[in-house]
Design a protein around this ligand. Structure first.
Ligand SMILES: Cc1cc2nc3c(=O)[nH]c(=O)nc-3n(C[C@H](O)[C@H](O)[C@H](O)COP(=O)(O)OP(=O)(O)OC[C@H]3O[C@@H](n4cnc5c(N)ncnc54)[C@H](O)[C@@H]3O)c2cc1C
Length: 452
């Protein structure tokens, strides 16, 4: 063992995990089984000081570094062969300051950690829709979710952060301190430093009225047109999402649809619960579904609703794009992609965005694409490695067939298997150059690998 590794070991003890250690395979595993990479060293950090020591060690050893927040990045960005992996999964503390309306969340938090701490106070930070996703990667790339139209993206709620830079220094950043770094953390996609603590502005949340309708694919074209006409006119209290997938064997869904491809439309009302039924009803009056369900949920229940459908350890491949509108042919392409699904676990998700996402001044954050009307995501999920080819092809083709109706750019957290030029398209020329300048200033030797 060389001196610098011995020094790191003296600080972190058996939280330094090397290849061959009994827990190495368990600790390096991430959500998507497609990414089976072997880091040279895994450091399970407990503090910013631990992270600083690991970065100093890696720089001296001339190793690239990756960071794991929740390990959910679709492209497996948290993991690289022969790199040093900074594992933040033991850093999940959340402290809520109700008087200030802020949560201080460590960099390895999952979304459910933040919700568990904030929702008992009737507060939440807007975030994604699967509660075992990591806060770190999600917030650094943007963060769409149920509250986005009402309150904005997760990155819009970062008010300050503690960041460990690649030279091992620990800095605090906010709009006044290291403003360029702070700007880049808000949706720039990561790679500027390791965020060990986020300060997040919280919003009030109460009970949520959720209204869901399921349609056989034969009626789905009409229902999709009705969705478009409805969704685009709604107040920010109403968020609507759609999915094309195989119907599960749930009691409220007619047996004749079990196992069949269906369209599921869901409207969530985030205003006064009593107004929910009247607000969501017109969506389902326009084209009558085969079955509907109404639920009154706490926000924490809503956030966990989709958890079971995205389990750890399956094989996943995701492709996504923004769409300018849903008029005519794109609807046919949606349905064509749904008919071609290769796996019963795969899904197409889409939603109308705008609302508060688009209210933030463009120059206030690195996040691009605020005005994008729709996001469309084809998520292939399967279990057998022999089925990789057909599932990957399905997800790619599902997005390619919509090429003519795309809105510019893409959501950085869903980018995978693309050349560097894709990131120029994602951020646009001036944002991309500004992000490159921030990277050059805060990680001049490109130690942090944030793209696979
Ligand atoms: C099941 C599922 C559901 C999803 N749902 C949504 C959704 O509703 N809305 C949405 O916007 N996105 C969603 N996503 C996409 C999600 O935003 C990205 O996958 C994101 O990268 C996940 O972050 P993570 O911390 O779990 O990932 P990781 O793989 O751990 O990290 C992703 C990237 O961020 C970096 N990173 C993570 N934490 C830190 C940190 N503290 N400091 C510095 N760098 C860090 C990593 O180095 C890596 O480059 C979903 C993804 C999955 C798999």
């Amino acid at each position: 063992m060389n001196d610098s590794l011995a020094r790191l070991r003296s600080q972190l003890g058996d939280r330094v995990v090397l290849p061959g250690a009994p827990d190495y395979d368990e600790v390096r595993r991430i959500w998507n089984a497609m990414h089976d990479r072997r880091p040279a060293l895994i450091a399970r950090c407990l503090s910013a000081e631990d992270v600083a020591s690991v970065l100093r060690y890696a720089t001296a050893a001339d190793k690239k570094v990756t960071v794991r927040g929740g390990g959910h990045n679709v492209a497996g960005a948290a993991l690289a062969d022969d790199a040093v992996l900074i594992d933040l999964s033991l850093m999940r503390e959340v402290i809520v300051d109700t008087a200030a309306g802020l949560a201080y969340a460590q960099g390895g938090c999952l979304l459910r950690d933040v919700d568990a701490a904030t929702t008992p106070h009737g507060l939440a930070c807007p975030a994604g829709v699967v509660s075992h996703t990591g806060l770190g990667g999600l917030a650094l790339g943007g963060g769409y979710g149920w509250l986005a139209r009402k309150w904005g993206l997760t990155c819009d709620h970062i008010v300050a952060a503690e960041v460990v830079l690649t030279d091992g220094s620990i800095v605090q950043t906010d709009a006044q301190t290291h403003p360029d770094l702070f700007w880049a953390l808000k949706g720039g996609g990561g790679g500027f430093g390791v965020v060990t603590r986020f300060a997040l502005r919280l919003c009030p949340v109460g009970q949520v009225h959720l209204h869901t309708g399921v349609y056989a694919l034969d009626n789905a074209g009409e229902a999709l047109a009705a969705y478009r006409d409805f969704a685009e006119k709604q107040p920010a209290d109403l968020h609507t999402v759609g999915a094309l997938k195989q119907a599960g064997a749930q009691d409220w869904i007619p047996q004749s649809l079990h196992g069949k491809p269906v369209l599921v439309l869901t409207a969530g009302w985030f205003g006064a619960p009593a107004e929910g039924p009247a607000a969501t009803k017109p969506l389902f009056d326009a084209t009558v579904p085969a079955a509907t369900r109404r639920q009154l949920l706490t926000y924490a229940q809503l956030q966990a609703l989709a958890d079971h459908s995205e389990p750890h350890g399956n094989r996943y491949y995701t492709k996504s794009c923004y769409l300018a509108d849903l008029t005519g042919r794109p609807i046919e392409e949606f349905l064509g992609a749904a008919r071609d699904i290769r796996s019963s676990r795969s899904c197409i998700d889409f939603e109308y965005l705008r609302g508060a996402i688009d209210d933030v001044m463009d120059e206030d954050s690195a996040f691009p694409g605020r005005a994008a009307p729709y996001i469309y995501t084809a998520s292939a999920q399967w279990t057998d490695i022999r089925d990789d080819g057909e599932n990957v092809d399905w997800a790619r083709h599902s997005v390619e067939r919509l090429a003519a109706w795309r809105y510019g750019g893409a959501y950085v957290n869903y980018v995978q298997d693309e050349p560097e030029g894709k990131f120029l398209e994602v951020f646009g020329e001036s944002r991309y150059r500004r992000l490159a300048a921030v990277k050059q200033r805060y990680d001049p030797h490109n130690v942090l690998r944030h793209r696979p």
